[in-house]
Design a binder for this molecule. Structure first.
Ligand code: PLP
Length: 482
């Protein structure tokens, strides 16, 4: 041990100082092009990395010498990395459409165009052009939500007397939406939730914790698998401020289960004059049944069933930017708008621009303009055709690969319709010289990185989530994989 630490201290002594490094010829040139301070920073980083490597025994005398000869190269690499963007595009070949780690819903082109129009210039974000005075930022999307949530199929499905008027506000995300709704309606009082709905959604969103932050007290009713309307009814007391219903997202309870219909809960809420709030999670604006996906009710379904306030995400099934939407009775939404928390949770012009253009696509019923919906609607045949073409070209040009097209399933993600199956055709890949895990690592290091699935020793690509104009980039990356 002593010998080892003695050897280490000798290695440490061979490390030059930052000043010494900066005066060497290769590095001095870098200072001329990039300036003193970024080069000094990069040099510090590189030397710190070498120190850490000595410390953990990764370097001996000869490998350290080698590293020191290439110091200018390492510093330049560090410099370029620190001066380049860290957030960058990847190719999603996982088949998970709403992949939270990969940015959830890709934006529609129209959303991007509108962001480009609004972002770099001034806009009427909070300015009423007719009146020439201050306006409200929510009007830009509220008018579209009114069309989508009231007039959806031309029939007046949600009653239109003023008490039932529906309005919508936008906050940073659905977690913020739930927080705002509960804080506005129930701070200092009780909120009744079924024990079967006290879930944690990915990324540490836990219903009991959000409730605590809102200043309301959780009143649990029922059991994990069965809760009846009567359980809610028994728990109502003079401190009750809201009934909360939560979409269980990725978590399913099957077998001996019972959960009241939303309609039953809303009738109870109406009788007792207590608002019913629903955290719908994904929040579809169109019936996914039209695309062959069952088990996911829409925002309009909830409002029709009498829910007073529905909260949902902008970047899940809706297919827009990150946002939290609160749609419901105008009087309650108005109270939320007046809450000072709303000021803290509001979103900027870029979000409004992207959201407005996305909603406009819904109003025009142009669902294919929204990438997440388009991916859901892609047929197995269409995906299979692209998978076959990719496989064929790969086998013809890079004989090292073993490749075939196999049946598989895509995933919607975002906690939506977890039990529904989206059939797909996968490209299944393997190579004699590299394991599937090693292949996945190498594909992640491509530019742009390609994110794949590994199952049972095979590398799988699902082209459902790959944009068709990226197929050639995937093929090229596979051809050139050393
Ligand atoms: C996804 C989800 C959330 C969190 O939404 P964010 O927009 O990510 O904040 C909350 N509740 C449910 C039921 C969800 O599915």
């Amino acid at each position: 041990m002593r010998l080892k630490s003695k050897a280490k201290s000798e290695l440490f002594r061979e490390l030059p100082s930052v000043d010494e490094v900066i005066r060497t010829s290769g590095v001095a040139e870098l200072v001329e092009t990039h300036g003193q301070s970024p080069v000094t920073d990069a040099t510090r980083q590189v030397l710190a990395r070498l120190r850490a490597e000595i410390n953990s025994g990764l370097l001996d005398h000869s490998t350290l010498l080698l590293a020191l000869t290439d110091l200018p190269g390492a510093i330049e690499k560090e410099l370029l990395q620190s001066l380049s963007l860290s957030l960058r595009p990847v190719i999603n070949a996982t088949g998970v459409i709403l992949h939270t780690n990969l940015g959830r819903a890709p934006l529609a082109q129209a959303a991007l165009d509108h962001v480009l129009e609004i972002g770099p210039r001034y806009s009427n974000l909070e300015f009423d052009i007719e009146a020439g005075q201050r306006g409200k930022r929510d009007v830009h999307v509220d008018r579209l939500f009114r069309k989508l949530l009231v007039d959806a199929d031309g029939s007046a499905s949600v009653e239109r007397d003023s008490a039932k008027e529906i309005s919508t506000i936008v906050v940073n995300n659905n977690a913020a939406g739930v927080l705002l709704a509960l804080n506005t309606l129930a701070e200092g009082g009780e909120v009744i939730v079924s024990r079967g709905e006290l879930v944690e959604i990915g990324g540490s969103f836990r219903i009991p914790e959000v409730l605590a932050k809102s200043g309301a007290t959780l009143r649990e009713v029922g059991t994990t698998n069965r809760t009846r309307v009567h359980d809610y009814e028994k728990a109502i007391n003079e401190r009750t401020r809201a009934l909360l219903r939560v979409h269980r997202s990725n978590f399913e309870i099957t077998g001996f289960t019972e959960q009241p219909a939303v309609k039953e809960l809303s009738e109870l809420a109406r009788q007792r004059q207590i608002p019913l709030v629903e955290d719908l999670g994904s929040g579809a604006l169109v019936d996914l049944q039209n695309f062959g996906i069952g088990g996911e009710s829409t925002v309009l379904d909830s409002l029709r069933a009498g829910v007073d306030v529905v909260t949902y995400s902008g970047d899940k099934l809706l297919g827009g930017p990150q946002a939290g939407l609160l749609s419901g009775r105008a009087e309650l939404i108005g109270r939320m708008r007046k809450n000072s928390l709303f000021r803290a949770l509001r979103v900027d012009k870029l979000t409004y621009a992207a959201l407005e253009a996305t909603l406009l696509a819904y109003v025009k019923r142009d669902h294919d303009a929204i990438p997440a919906l388009r991916m859901m609607r892609l047929s197995t045949q269409e995906i299979g055709r692209r998978a076959e073409a990719l496989t064929k070209s790969l086998l013809a040009s890079a004989p090292k690969w073993k490749a075939e097209v196999v049946d598989g399933e895509s995933v919607i993600g975002g906690g939506a319709a977890p039990s529904s199956v989206l059939l797909t055709q996968l490209v299944s890949l393997s190579r004699p010289d590299l394991s599937a895990d090693e292949l996945a690592v190498r594909l992640r290091h491509c530019d742009p990185p390609i994110i794949t699935r590994v199952e049972e020793g095979r590398l799988l690509l699902d082209l459902r989530t790959v944009f068709p104009d990226q197929d050639s980039a995937v093929l090229e990356a596979l051809q050139h994989l050393a």
